[in-house]
Design a protein around this ligand. Structure first.
Ligand SMILES: [Zn+2]
Length: 479
């Protein structure tokens, strides 16, 4: 498996720390609001990477956090805690907000057919681990206290900025110029960040009394403490959106490596942004969509997933409703092909064609090669479509044995894509129904629509089979 490692700024071959095993951490959502389709791209990509490793025979231990405290409005040091802000405005407790949005997020993960992480830890339940890490950093002299909290002195970490390929001064300049303009009073460097924040006396919710003061942890220290708890001080892969690069992941590395004195993570994997109509999503542009919005507009969740997979994860993806519609048509075409092929050749002699078998296995090798080459899903999907078009061209000459090879290949590809192809495999239906479906398809080809409609009614009324004619072809299912 080859993967682009942000830490090395190039594509490299993956070597696990322990033979056959991958330990992987993903920065999960801050559960103060709905995750939008841009956020969800990161989780689809993390799931894809996990599936690639599983496909290649690795055992994957995957941890994803749910941030329920400590993430401020700005990823840097300014503004209020996002969770606290929502809790105040909705007049709820932080716990209620966190529970509500965690549940919605997990529902979206399931709807996207993502393989659930082994554990989804929350910082509010890991305060002991976070404080232990702070104590180590304090003893090693990395911390100082100002009016608003306990800060990490980034000038003390030699490799600060390595993920951005910038040195300490360059990264400071980058942040002053780009991301943050002010910094909290008393802090020494623009890049310094709070590991523990103090709160006003009236704050009661998710506040802890500690020897460092009354308050709550910083966002970055949470991911370091929780990833190291579940995966060890040094592990294989850390994933997240590219927006985490300059601050969040840079700071995770600094505090983890200065605490343990060893390398924190071997491979850093980052996905690019998703834009809507060529623009960054924002509330003021009213172009922020959730998966639920897409469902309410009549789209299948898998169409969004197919759209995400059709772009390489390291390129920006421009989401438009037109591109979503195209993705849906293409995906329906695949589903309809799977259904059609499941019925193919039932009445013919079953003589396998060795030449065709060679073709199928050659395309299969190309698909896997693309996937293993830094998750090149656009190329892999092109191979999938090549298999479909080659099969369609030869369909009249193919036996059941031949088409079964194609179906096996598609179901195998779906172990990586996770688009639910096998749900469209039709095996256990009566012969009579099979014949009716095939007959209707032929009639539609001949544009004899009223006769085709008659068969549709028979299928529905007598056999409980519903047919949906999409631009990608007809799809049928038990009503
Ligand atoms: Zn994180």
């Amino acid at each position: 498996v080859k993967i682009y490692n942000t830490l090395k700024h190039k594509k490299v071959s993956f070597k696990p720390m322990a033979e056959g095993q991958v330990k992987m951490y993903t920065c999960g959502p801050t559960v103060y609001y709905f995750a939008h389709i841009g956020n969800m791209r990161s989780y689809v990509v993390a799931d894809l990477l996990k599936r690639v490793f599983i496909y290649n025979g690795y055992k994957v231990k995957h941890i994803m956090n749910l941030t329920d405290v400590g993430h401020l409005v700005s990823d840097a040091n300014l503004g209020e805690d996002k969770m606290r802000l929502t809790a105040h405005s909705e007049n709820k407790s932080l716990r209620e907000i966190a529970d509500e949005y965690s549940e919605l997020f997990i529902k979206d993960m399931k709807r996207l057919n993502l393989i659930m992480p082994e554990t989804m830890p929350r910082p509010s339940e890991h305060i002991t681990e976070i404080l232990n890490l702070i104590e180590i950093l304090e003893k090693k002299g990395y911390l100082y206290t100002v009016e608003t909290g306990v800060y990490y002195d980034t000038s003390k970490f030699k490799r600060y900025g390595q993920l951005m390929n910038l040195n300490f001064e360059e990264l400071n300049k980058y942040l002053i110029g780009g991301i943050r303009i002010e910094r909290p009073a008393g802090t020494k460097n623009t890049t310094d960040f709070a590991v523990w924040r103090f709160v006003k006396p009236e704050e009661k919710d998710m506040v802890w009394n500690t020897k460092y003061g009354r308050g709550f942890p910083g966002w970055h220290i949470e991911c370091s403490a929780m990833s190291m708890k579940y995966l060890g001080e040094h592990f294989d892969i850390h994933t997240g959106g590219i927006d985490h690069l300059p601050i969040h992941h840079t700071n995770e590395i600094a505090q983890s490596e200065s605490a343990t004195g060893k390398r924190f993570v071997n491979y850093w994997v980052h996905n690019e942004f998703l834009q809507v109509d060529g623009k960054k999503m924002s509330k003021s542009l009213r172009n922020v969509y959730t998966l639920q919005d897409l469902i309410e507009k009549g789209y299948k969740i898998n169409s969004y997933k197919y759209l995400v997979l059709s772009a390489h994860y390291r390129t920006q993806l421009n989401f438009t409703f037109e591109s979503l519609k195209n993705a849906e048509n293409t995906l329906n075409g695949i589903y309809s092909f799977v259904e059609k092929l499941s019925l193919h050749g039932v009445n013919k002699e079953n003589n396998p064609n060795p030449k065709f078998a060679t073709l199928v296995s050659r395309i299969k090798v190309q698909f896997i090669k693309s996937i293993n080459d830094d998750m090149n899903t656009p190329l892999a999907l092109a191979k999938l479509h090549l298999l479909i078009s080659k099969t369609n061209k030869k369909l009249d000459k193919l036996s059941k044995a031949d088409t079964e090879l194609v179906l096996e290949a598609l179901v195998d590809f779906d172990r990586i894509l996770g688009l639910g192809f096998s749900e469209y495999l039709k095996q256990d239906i009566p012969k009579e129904v099979e014949m009716l479906i095939l007959e209707r398809e032929q009639l539609r080809k001949e544009r004899k629509f009223s006769e085709a409609d008659k068969i549709r009614s028979i299928l529905k009324n007598e056999h409980n089979i519903e047919i949906e004619d999409t631009e990608g072809g007809s799809i049928w299912h038990k009503a």
